[in-house]
Design a protein around this ligand. Structure first.
Ligand code: ZN
Length: 149
């Protein structure tokens, strides 16, 4: 297991140092700002929805390496998915973080590297921050589009 843990550690550090999908979307379909006061992590999440799919997703903010790496991995895993797919992805990740599901590597992509975080309850919130932000972002998008007709 040492080898796999090392590999996952490297992946997490790589995403932390070189964040994918970092920044903001100028004219997003939906946007949320969430924070994790326990650790001081902050996440701004923007999505651009086109034809029912996440055409673009950007995460900004600061915090610990787990929270920032998780946000980076999220943007890669969620981009291009339709909204129900993206919600299923978030739910799977949530179950993995709570130790209630075996990680599906194909679905999660690099985020599979975070599976070890499930052993550290304090860190679970860090990993989930941006992922649950996406869930809220999609809910907000659906509310506003339902209202707009
Ligand atoms: Zn944190």
């Amino acid at each position: 297991m040492g080898g796999l843990d090392d590999l996952y550690q490297q992946l997490i550090l790589d995403h932390y140092r070189n964040r994918r999908g970092r920044g903001r979307i100028e004219d997003p379909s939906a946007s949320v700002h969430e924070n994790n006061p326990v650790c001081g992590d902050e996440c701004f999440l923007d999505i651009l929805v086109e034809d029912g799919r996440i055409a673009d997703i950007r995460a900004d903010g600061d915090g610990c390496s787990i929270s920032q790496a998780a946000a980076s991995m999220l943007t890669e895993a969620a981009r291009g998915r339709d909204l129900d797919d993206a919600l299923a992805l978030v739910e799977h990740f949530r179950l993995v973080m709570h130790g209630d599901a075996e990680p599906d590597e194909e679905l999660l992509g690099d985020a599979v590297a975070l599976e070890g975080v499930a052993r550290y309850p304090v860190r679970v919130k860090c990993a989930l921050l941006s992922w649950l932000a996406l869930r809220d972002c999609i809910a907000e998008y659906r509310e506003t589009t339902a209202m707009g007709g």
